[in-house]
Write a protein that binds this ligand. Structure first.
Ligand code: HEM
Length: 419
């Protein structure tokens, strides 16, 4: 028996018991993806690449990190100075966290641009939003672990916010902290959640996200349903097999991404104070509050919303109102598939109101991010509430402007002229 026959027999033996060939065909070589994917479609695969980087570099960090108030900061110093290539692994994980959010924000923006959340892709969107929320939790937990001074005070701000919830807040804060103060008990549970529970749920979430995507098929920049026109074998005429076409073409963005990523890891690991904030180079100190407490950049839009309420009203503390607004800002994203009443998916065929609202939304989100990174008195007090209002208007007015606006006719086939 030749080696080739032996290999083929082995594949046949396994495949009879475990459908690897069938799975490969269904999800890769016979999965038809629209032939007009563009730049915006790179970020899904890049998200997978960064996620893999986070898991692998994280496992290595876990080998040396010690989750106690006395040892946490020292163990990170040990990784940076004494563990062979430890600094590279730590920077891969830390720069990776910021890159993960850059990639995901662009991935989400693509969804908004091409209406990828609309029917029949609602579940892909909902799983995506769960992933996004979990990523925020994961980012927060991870940021506390090095137990630098910003870790400590950042954790205090967020945990005090939990404590501000009426009735259950105080008990909940102590339960989450594991103690009356932020300390070893907090680090222990944050570590367990950060390295085990949240990544496990994330893996399940990503799996369901992709399964749901492959069930209904990918959208595309034109928002055209490629399954509407098929050849004699039932394959979409405007589709191409994901493998080898996209597996090969995705290599270019992956390589460019890795070049940018490692350039940051080697030459710009602190990200100008945005990937690691300067106070985090100092150990946690209960007696010394950083001059200006701000979360990492990917939380700052929501932090600005949190701070946008400064007056207690209706018997509730301003802090609680802030919390309600931030929860609302996250929650409203889940309902997007039902808020958009447009007959077309892609922004290319939507009307001016949709285009303007999306631009305003994106600008308000970025500016909220800038505000959240600066001290509270950096801009006049009305700016953050105004930007928060635009953020919500994009969603809450959507049923109206998407219903009333004039849309362009969508071509039946990819490459055909509109109308
Ligand atoms: C770990 C995080 C994530 C990973 C690994 C991931 C991965 C992917 C991949 C590989 C695709 C197919 C390729 C592509 O269309 O770009 C995809 C599609 C999609 N993702 Fe994600 N994703 C993640 C998070 C999110 C989030 C947070 C959202 C937003 C809520 C989201 C919404 C979508 C949508 C709507 C599609 C379908 C796009 C289309 O067909 O046009 N994803 N995702």
């Amino acid at each position: 028996m030749s080696l080739r026959e032996a290999a083929s027999n082995l594949v046949g033996w396994v495949d009879y018991r475990l459908p690897i060939v069938k799975t490969w065909k269904t999800h890769m070589s016979e999965y038809y993806a629209p032939k007009n994917f563009n730049f915006w479609y790179f970020f899904g695969v890049l998200a997978l690449v960064v996620f893999a980087n986070q898991v692998l570099s994280g496992i290595w960090l876990t080998m040396f990190y010690v989750p106690t108030a006395e040892e946490a900061f020292k163990s990170i110093e040990y990784i940076m100075r004494d563990v062979s290539s430890g600094w590279a692994i730590r920077y891969m994980h830390e720069v990776g966290a910021s890159f993960f959010f850059i990639v995901i924000y662009l991935h989400i923006f693509r969804g908004l641009l091409y209406g990828s959340y609309q029917r029949p892709r609602e579940l892909i969107w909902i799983f995506g939003m769960f992933i996004y929320c979990l990523m925020m939790v994961e980012g927060f937990l991870g940021y506390v672990l090095p137990y630098g001074n910003m870790s400590y005070w950042g954790a205090k701000v967020i945990l005090n916010l939990v404590g501000a919830i009426p009735i259950i807040g105080e008990g909940l804060q102590i339960w989450v902290q594991g103690d009356f103060v932020v300390g070893s008990a907090t680090l222990g549970r944050f570590f367990a959640l950060h390295v085990a529970l949240v990544p496990l749920i994330l893996i399940v979430g990503i799996f369901l996200h992709i399964v749901a995507l492959h069930q209904v098929g990918s959208n595309n920049p034109e928002g055209i349903d490629i399954k509407a026109h098929v050849d004699a074998d039932g394959n979409p005429l405007d589709g191409i097999p994901f493998h080898p076409y996209y597996t090969i073409s995705d290599l270019t963005p992956v390589v460019i991404f890795l070049i940018l990523f490692f350039a940051c890891v080697f030459y710009f690991p602190g990200g100008g104070g945005y990937f690691i904030e300067p106070p985090n180079y100092l150990p946690a100190d209960k007696l010394s509050t950083p001059e200006h407490i701000a979360p990492v950049w990917y939380f700052t839009p929501f932090y600005a919303m949190l701070r946008s309420v400064t007056i207690d009203s209706f018997g509730l503390d301003a802090k609680v109102w802030g919390l309600i607004i931030v929860s609302g800002a996250m929650l409203v994203l889940f309902f997007l598939p039902w808020l958009d009443r447009s007959a077309v998916l892609s922004m290319r065929y939507k009307g001016w109101p949709s285009k303007i609202m999306l631009m305003l939304f994106a600008v308000s989100f970025v500016f909220l991010g800038v505000l959240g990174a600066k001290p509270a008195d950096w801009a006049p007090a009305w700016v953050a509430p105004a930007l928060t209002t635009i953020y919500f208007a994009y969603f809450l007015a959507m049923p109206v402007y998407t219903k009333l606006e004039k849309t362009k006719p969508v071509p039946g086939r990819i490459g055909a002229k509109s109308g």
